[in-house]
Write a protein that binds this ligand. Structure first.
Ligand SMILES: [Fe+2]
Length: 468
């Protein structure tokens, strides 16, 4: 597939019914960029300056880094790559490059102060808008920059959650109608997995390909806080046999004995901020397992009737290691996803309540390491047909003592649709070092990308932003 093929939006999943969208003008794309920026800045409005620079540990960036990174990324792609201009601030390229300055080192490098970061953002935006007015919108790169900024807002919300700064943005997830332990049957058969060839999608979502699955079962809803508490109180963090060797070592090393947010959240809301290791142990404790990515995707979109309820509250861990689909082609740059393939990252599907609603997507693939807990991530269970669904005696006793609800509903009901009508990109950037292109690399080599020519000018996310 060539970038020039990515020009028309038409997701073929069962939840998209809005059809082709009108082409967008430069003015419309400019308005969408402005709206995205307003959303970003509202997140940090009113925070003390100290909080923006606060170190948040090796897995998170100080909030102020995200602001500079958003601007550097925009300048790289829209002025440097698209328009051939020199970077506005080449001296900042390395500092705000996600690879050259990984998360653990971002408190050790000289970052722009708040006022200077805002000025940098505005200066970059001024150039972006001037170029946009002159050359018109680029259907891929403007979309990519819009998504990148909004994806970083979820990363920022993670940081704010960790430091107790999320305030009004940290409202709890809504309750789901189930405990997360009710499974429905999915028949054997084939389905098409991945984004279609039309419209914007990240490289790792393509090519769409046929997958055949044997029969399996999958939970109607994500696991709730109440169910997680029952797991904890039933010995979930003490039962060695429920943990993988690596998971147990991780848990012991960091003295992890529960999921704190499971105690503070609504009992019937999906549990959040659990690692893959914990999710895996929870599943083992119930004689179940995590779904593969393909099982999740088929139940969500590929079966003709959607079975999954409660999608969009938390990212959902899958058992699948992040890798390219058969026939994968990296574009527009390898560093977005290919460098993370087959390196132990696990795929997460869906989206979370911290995801900007216009990024909600049924084909987006998030990924992260198994020990990460800062994601707004939860658990959906699955089982092979041969697996049992009954919990251990200890678990049952704990459930009964907490009177965990079990309001099973029949399968086959319509799923919760994406908040803004579909494909859009999820948290991105929430996971690995980051997916930004190498800004420093761009400074050194402006020949890294092939010339791109796309005749039709459409920016899908801008359409959503302007209508939401
Ligand atoms: Fe980024």
């Amino acid at each position: 597939m060539r970038l020039s093929d990515v020009a028309v939006w038409r997701f073929e999943g069962p939840f998209e019914a809005d059809g082709p969208r009108a082409e967008l003008s430069s003015e419309s794309v400019a308005a969408a960029l402005t709206k995205a920026r307003s959303y970003t800045l509202r997140l940090i409005d009113g925070l003390p300056l100290e909080a923006l620079h606060r170190p948040l540990g090796p897995f998170m960036s100080p909030l102020i880094w995200d602001l500079g990174h958003i601007a550097a990324y925009e300048d790289l792609w829209l002025s440097h790559r698209c328009a051939g201009s020199a970077l506005l601030r080449p001296d900042l390229a390395s500092v705000y490059d996600a690879f050259e300055t990984p998360r653990a080192t971002r408190v050790d490098v000289p970052l722009l102060a708040y006022g200077d970061a805002l000025s940098f953002m505005q200066e970059v935006r001024d150039r972006t808008l001037a170029t946009l007015a002159d050359r018109g919108p680029h259907p891929v790169f403007h979309e990519m920059v819009l998504r990148h900024e909004l994806q970083h807002t979820e990363t920022m919300l993670q940081a704010m959650r960790l430091s107790g700064l999320d305030g009004a943005h940290g409202s709890g997830a809504e309750a789901v109608d189930g405990t997360g332990l009710e499974l429905v049957d999915v028949p054997a058969g084939c389905f098409r997995m991945g984004a279609s060839e039309d419209g914007f999608a990240y490289d790792n979502e393509r090519p769409r390909h046929v997958v055949e699955l044997t029969p399996y079962r999958i939970a109607r809803t994500p696991v709730t806080n109440a169910s997680w508490l029952a797991f904890t109180e039933g010995g979930g963090y003490r039962r060695r046999e429920w943990w993988s060797d690596e998971g147990w070592s991780w848990k012991e090393k960091y003295d992890i004995g529960d999921c704190p947010s499971s105690r503070s959240g609504h009992p019937d809301a999906p549990v959040c901020h659990v690692s893959w290791f914990e999710a895996d142990a929870f599943a083992r404790g119930h004689g179940l397992r995590l779904p593969t990515e393909a099982e999740w995707a088929k139940a969500a979109t590929g079966g003709g009737e959607a079975l999954l309820h409660g999608v969009g509250s938390v990212w959902e861990w899958t058992a699948t290691e992040f890798a390219g689909y058969p026939g994968f082609v990296a574009e527009p740059y390898r560093e977005y996803s290919e460098v993370f393939f087959n390196r132990g990252y696990r795929v997460l599907r869906g989206w979370s309540r911290a995801t900007h609603p216009d990024l909600a997507s049924w084909s987006f693939r998030n990924w992260d390491l198994r020990q990460r807990r800062q994601l707004f991530a939860g658990v959906r269970l699955a089982a092979s047909r041969s697996m049992g669904t009954s919990a251990t005696t200890a678990m049952v006793a704990a459930w009964e003592s907490r009177a965990v609800r079990g309001k099973a509903r029949g399968c086959g009901e319509s799923p919760t649709p994406p908040a803004a009508g579909g494909h859009g990109g999820g948290a991105g950037e929430t996971a690995p070092p980051s997916r930004g292109p190498s800004v420093g690399e761009a400074v050194r080599s402006s020949e890294a990308l092939p010339e791109v020519s796309i005749p039709s000018r459409r920016v899908d996310l801008a359409s959503k932003l302007l209508s939401s």
